[in-house]
Write a protein that binds this ligand. Structure first.
Ligand code: FES
Ligand code: FES
Length: 933
């Protein structure tokens, strides 16, 4: 018999609720009980974000019918902490820095909680087994594991959670260089953190988008009549209803807000119509009833095809977005001088960011303005793009940035912001547009699939003399940041090495695939895979040591890059190489000559292990002549606290901690005395895009210099008031020392006000000028460098590859927050493991095959190697305290280090990613003699 009443206990409270058809436990918790700490990452039982405890067992609430909770006791993340006291798991996650974007954290903690209920002293294997299906894309898995072990220890001993073992920066300041936890960590472990989808507004409507579903066609007819009949539908809009310009794009305006009748569909994710309805179900039902007739066109499905004669032209100007060229010397002269010349072609696939939080935008009309609640990597550009489509002045639009559950470059382009705004404008009501995972996978830009040909010439002693590269990059249907990404791929395509003759040509091509844009590594991941594979190949052919080959050619101070930039300082590659080399010797216990040899595992002859090595570099900042600017404002409040504000984006990477630490350092106050506000176009100055590993550098500098300027203003005020030379006034932890007085910051505030001074400084920081590609000189303000060694184990029976250990040395200039930096290193390495072994966004003739989370594999805790992180600090002159970018470099050498290790283990060299287990097995059989003798 159908139940008429559900009775359940949630976090100690009893509820009697009427059942709703089709309701899941997650819906019930989030929508009816307002317990939004339980997150939805996939809604298809794949990610674990929605885990809650039901009668002591962890369950995926997104796939548990609410009716099944009848008579049960449920604990959610909100029920874990006692009043004023966090659970040791929550405390350990905070202390150890396991919280990054935080979106997966409720699921991680609840799964761990269930484990600790059963096993008080879990082993690492127990933890890995328990968390194997609970995904974290920030991928701080080693730290999550350590946090659980520390929590278990604390629960056993009754002692406080032990501190993490993370060395501080070699040059510690009072705050900078020490370990600091995130300002938003507590809310992220208690479920109080609010992401966009957690927000509710009165009279809020729900939106859905009719996608083209075909990759290339002309729209002949759109009929929304049946859709309008769906009860609850409030409005339906098509291209002709866009009041402003029906176009958007980050660099080039080539992406229609909606494709209208007579216009061209260029990929399956193109929007045809948008619906606002009183419920999500009604909006989706209406979308299903929208009729569209297409005149289907032949599909361009890869970049090489796109450049061939006679292919369909996807945009009016053709299929070539840009031909990017690097010219240094004359490679033909170099190849003529070379003792050996190698040439090979490599392929890398499109990959998806798979941030745990799917895109969500809520547009709220307010008077004659529109507020957009969204997690965006470029709030000010969102404002411009929304205003353009509405046909409004920009200042009438306000982007109210929300916590972001990861981005990795995938939240730079417009997702639902414009559509939600159009519907809210048309209806006068708030409108939420939430992508499900399927829509997220289909619509947003990916990492560029590439084909990269490398020709490399060297002398017998390993001196590199010439390199010629030819790249094809598939930027999909729209430009997004394709030109910028592929420029980085091209300028980095001869590796971090000194080579006198380099030519590179890249063809950034439009195709009918989903667009490609920014993704952590920004094109350099692809070219590093190709070039570092060639470097190992070269070492083998010349009979040279692969580490020595890299050390010999590494860019050093005084050397010139492929684009004509002289490295004047901060080139820590050799130190990275040296430190990884000595760490490998220590970690492996092997003699040097055995380091890269294959080793069979005793008593398991089918398992073969070996190490591999790779290096990389990555620019910090926009460079290439762009105006790289960020603004920050620092204000002293009456209560003696400070706030630092910038519209730079926090997507989990830890910028908010960096900003508060830098302000605290300059003003000699505890970091906790500084709050941070980001991503609001009304309240925070423009921080520019969060891309190109630029924010620590530019917004860090803006925050630091705003604080420094405020300190100078305070000094000037006190100097006058207390009649003391400014240079004698001292800022210290206990206050400002001036002429025998020690003033706390409350008193400083009063003095500033009394003297008519505003205790607030806005600072706009402009990074040093750079030159566009082709002009020589400084194309970038700085480069980060890295080397990595990976140890793999190949199962010769199955082709399965396990990465056992990665040693990662990164020259980051200066480690501002070593705790956050560790998270970046771990996350980068694990994402690199994914790109080497798992990740492949598959399209077939423009249709997306990997259109569900279950079809797109990313690394879990089970794929996580042991990670040894080595921080190299070769400071850069203009970086804040010497810091350079870190977010991308940590990932780039991982795939070639792994594929080089596979070759060293079993003699199979991969020239495409990801490593295909079947292919490896087949290749091993074909090349048996190359296996161990
Ligand atoms: S949201 Fe339930 S498993 Fe992903
Ligand atoms: S902290 Fe796990 S997904 Fe970001």
């Amino acid at each position: 018999m159908k139940k008429t009443q559900l009775s359940l206990t949630v976090n100690g409270q009893n509820y009697q609720l009427a059942p709703l058809p089709g309701e899941t436990l997650a819906d019930l918790l989030r929508n009816r009980l307002k317990l939004t700490g339980t997150k939805i990452g996939c809604n298809e039982a794949e990610c674990g974000a929605c885990t809650v405890i039901m009668d002591g067992e962890p369950v995926l609430s997104c796939s548990t019918p609410a009716e099944r909770a009848d008579g049960k006791t449920i604990t959610t993340i909100e029920g874990l902490a006692k009043p004023e006291k966090l659970h040791p798991l929550q405390e350990a996650f905070i202390k150890h820095g396991a919280v990054q974007c935080g979106f997966c954290i409720p699921g991680q903690i609840m799964t761990s909680y269930a484990l600790l209920q059963k096993k008080q002293k879990p082993s690492s294997a127990d933890i890995r087994h328990a968390l194997k299906d609970t995904l974290c894309r920030c991928a701080g898995y080693p730290t999550i594991e350590n946090a659980i072990l520390a929590a278990a220890e604390s629960l056993q001993s009754g002692q406080p959670v032990a501190e993490p073992q993370v060395p501080p920066s070699a040059t510690e300041g009072a705050t900078v260089g020490t370990l600091k936890i995130r300002p938003d960590a507590v809310e992220k472990v208690t479920g109080e953190a609010i992401f966009t989808d957690d927000l509710k507004f009165e009279n809020m409507l729900f939106a859905a988008v009719k996608r083209a579903g075909v990759p290339h066609a002309f729209v002949q007819r759109i009929n929304v009549d049946k859709a309008r009949e769906v009860p609850g539908v409030v409005t339906i809009m098509t291209a002709r209803d866009v009041p402003g310009e029906n176009i958007h794009g980050l660099v080039i305006l080539d992406w229609p807000v909606m494709v209208g009748v007579g216009e061209r569909v260029r990929y399956v994710g193109d929007a045809i119509a948008i619906v606002a309805a009183e419920s999500q179900e009604a909006a989706k039902a209406a979308v299903e009833l929208i009729e569209v007739d297409f005149d289907l066109q032949p599909v361009v499905s890869d970049a090489v095809q796109a450049r061939k004669e006679g292919q369909p032209q996807i945009h009016e100007k053709g299929n070539l977005l840009k031909h990017i060229k690097v010219r240094k010397g004359d490679p033909e002269i170099g190849f003529a001088e070379a003792d050996v010349v190698l040439e090979h072609t490599f392929h890398t696939p499109a990959t998806d960011h798979l941030f745990m939080e799917p895109e969500c935008s809520i547009a709220v009309p307010e008077g004659d303005r529109m507020l957009i609640y969204v997690g965006s990597q470029i709030p000010y550009q969102d404002r411009t793009q929304v205003a353009r489509a509405l046909g409004w002045e920009e200042t009438r639009v306000r982007i109210v940035g929300q916590l972001m559950g990861g981005g990795f470059g995938g939240k730079e382009d417009i997702a639902g912001q414009i559509h939600a705004a159009l519907l809210a404008n048309a209806t006068g009501q708030p409108v939420k547009l939430l992508f499900d995972r399927h829509e997220s996978l289909i619509v947003h830009p990916k990492r560029h699939a590439t084909q990269i040909k490398v020709k490399l010439g060297a002398k017998k002693d390993g001196t590199l003399v010439a390199a010629k590269t030819e790249l094809y990059g598939d930027t999909g249907a729209y430009a997004s940041l394709g030109e910028k990404v592929l420029t980085r791929a091209t300028t980095h395509s001869a590796g971090p090495y000194k080579i006198p003759h380099v030519h590179a040509d890249c063809y950034a091509m439009y195709t009918n695939n989903p667009p490609a844009g920014a993704f952590r590594g920004f094109g350099v991941l692809q070219s590093a895979f190709a070039f570092e594979t060639m470097m190992d190949n070269l070492a083998e052919i010349l009979g040279l040591d692969r580490i020595e080959l890299r050390r010999k050619n590494a860019l050093r101070v005084g050397d010139e890059t492929s684009t004509g930039q002289i490295m004047r300082e901060s080139a820590g590659l050799v130190e990275c190489i040296d430190k990884v080399e000595s760490s490998m010797l220590k970690v492996s216990g092997l003699p040097y000559e055995e380091l890269f040899k294959a080793r069979r595992v005793p008593d398991a002859e089918h398992l073969v292990r070996a190490w591999g090595f790779a290096s990389a570099f990555k620019n910090t900042g926009l460079g290439g002549g762009a105006d790289d600017t960020s603004g920050a404002e620092v204000e002293l409040y009456e209560d003696g606290s400070f706030q630092v504000r910038s519209a730079a984006a926090e997507l989990g990477q830890g910028l908010v901690t960096i900003m508060r630490m830098m302000v605290a350092e300059e003003l000699a106050v505890p970091a906790e005395q500084v709050s941070v506000l980001v991503m609001d176009t009304d309240l925070t100055p423009n921080g520019g895009p969060t891309t190109a590993s630029r924010q620590t550098y530019v917004t860090g500098n803006a925050s630091r210099l705003a604080a420094k300027t405020l300190r100078e203003a305070i000094t000037a005020t006190l100097s006058e008031k207390f009649d003391m030379a400014p240079e004698k006034i001292r800022f210290a932890a206990d206050g400002v020392h001036v002429n025998g007085h020690t003033l706390n910051m409350r008193e400083v505030y009063s003095e500033m006000k009394a003297s008519g001074k505003d205790p607030r400084v806005l600072y706009e920081y402009h990074a040093p000028e750079t030159k566009p590609l082709g002009q020589g000189g400084d194309m970038h303000v700085a480069f980060s460098f890295a080397s990595q060694a990976a140890e793999v184990e190949v199962n010769t029976n199955t082709g399965e590859v396990r990465v056992l250990h990665v040693i990662s040395a990164n020259d980051v200039g200066r480690a501002i927050n070593p705790l956050g930096l560790r998270g970046q290193v771990e996350g980068g390495v694990v994402m690199g493991v994914g790109h080497a072994l798992l990740e492949n966004f598959i399209t077939k003739d423009g249709y997306v095959v990997t259109d569900r989370m279950s079809r797109y594999r990313i690394p879990s805790i089970m794929h996580t190697p042991e990670i040894t992180s080595i921080i190299v600090e070769d400071p850069t002159k203009d970086g804040p305290y010497g810091a350079k970018g870190v977010g991308e470099i940590v990932l780039i050498p991982t795939p070639p280090a792994i594929t080089n290790a596979i070759y060293n283990a079993v003699g199979v060299r991969f020239d495409s990613l990801p490593v295909d287990q079947e292919k490896l097995l087949w290749a091993m059989e074909e090349n048996k003699r190359e296996l161990l003798s």
